[in-house]
Design a binder for this molecule. Structure first.
Ligand code: FAD
Length: 311
């Protein structure tokens, strides 16, 4: 076909960017919890997310529960799972075994992480101390299976930190680590929580300046539960704003508290989307109600066809 021939794209409007939508879930801790989790997934699926992520703990501690949830997502829903894989607590051989088990099930998305360990944890020399090595291992296994993966390679995500990672010497070091993860084969990053849109946009700006090309998806917690926000601050080092905590603490009813938290979250998400964020990853803590409240108020423009009007 001649390049001069007019095609449908010649008359099409510019492609509209559709924001990605995803939810983080954690594996059930008991059979009863798994039943409740399936109900949550049904509610979340109705919003047609692009994928749901399945967290895991270091080592192989909760591997069976991770696989249980992954299998449920694969066989009982139309959702795609993004399975978290942590480098600490496993040998290279054990990790390779898990990667192969995931690929055999049909998983094509992995979030490659170092993992969170107790403060006194001493990794032994067979463990992967950095997320980057998990990325490299997945790409190595993928290369050895390229014929089997002809209909879809693996999408690898990594973690990014709008605030400094608690063990990192500086935010600049965090950027260098992120760039090294992309060079090792990562396709996208999802951020740790943040509560100020400027902190996210600053991360993106500094990363782009350092040459990073991959999308950085904002990870956002529906900020409705002050106890959860305080617990999260202990774990991640990222504190929720005092004004927000005060407003949530002093709300006169559950409904009022939820309204305050949802409004804060929606404003945060709108601000980063307006600045060009490629989507939204909601940390649900396996609760659908607050996530759905946020989505209802956001009214994301996700459903119209991007080639609308092209014909
Ligand atoms: P890395 O990128 O390896 O960084 C870890 C530390 O090592 C950083 O301080 C970094 O600066 C430093 N570092 C990295 N490379 C080098 C190098 N070459 N030389 C010197 N220092 C270096 N944890 C879980 O256990 N399970 C989960 O399911 C999970 N899901 C998560 C999902 C998201 C979206 C995010 C943002 C985090 C998640 N975490 C999870 C937490 C994560 O595992 C921790 O934040 C962990 O402390 C770091 O993981 P990482 O992959 O970012 O590590």
């Amino acid at each position: 076909m001649s390049l001069a021939t007019s095609s449908v794209l010649d008359v099409a409007p510019p492609l509209r960017r559709r924001p990605a939508l995803s939810y983080e879930l954690f594996p059930a801790r008991s059979d009863a919890h798994f039943v409740a989790l399936q109900e949550t997934i049904t509610h979340l699926e109705a919003t047609q997310p692009d994928y749901v992520s399945v967290t895991s703990r270091i080592g192989q501690q909760n591997l069976n529960r991770v696989l249980e949830l992954t299998d449920h997502v694969l066989s009982c829903t139309r959702l795609r799972p993004l399975v978290h894989l942590t480098g600490l607590g496993s040998t290279r051989e054990e990790l390779a075994h898990v990667v192969s088990a995931l690929l055999d099930r049909g998983v094509r998305g992995v979030l490659a992480l170092r993992g969170d360990a107790p403060p006194d944890y001493q990794p032994d020399e067979e463990e992967f101390p950095f997320g980057r090595y998990v990325v490299e291992l997945i790409r190595e296994i993928e290369a050895s299976r390229s014929a089997l993966l002809a209909a879809g390679r693996v999408a690898i995500g990594v973690a990014a930190y709008p605030h400094r990672h608690p063990e990192s010497p500086s935010r600049q070091h965090d950027i260098e680590v992120l760039v090294s993860k992309e060079r090792s084969g990562a396709d996208f990053a999802i951020t740790q929580v943040f509560f100020d849109p400027a902190v996210y946009t600053d991360l993106v700006r500094r990363a782009r300046r350092a040459g990073l090309r991959m999308p950085i998806i904002p990870g956002v917690i529906p900020a409705v539960d002050p106890h959860r926000l305080r617990r999260l601050a202990e774990l991640s080092g990222v504190e929720a704003p005092r004004d927000l905590l005060h407003a949530l603490d002093s709300a006169e009813s559950e409904a009022e508290r939820r309204r305050i938290g949802v409004r804060f979250t929606v404003d945060l998400v709108r601000a980063v989307l307006d600045e060009g964020a490629p989507g939204l990853h909601l940390f649900t803590f396996n609760r659908h109600a607050e996530a759905l409240d946020v989505l209802d108020s956001l009214d994301l423009d996700r459903w119209s066809s991007s080639l609308e009007g092209a014909a």
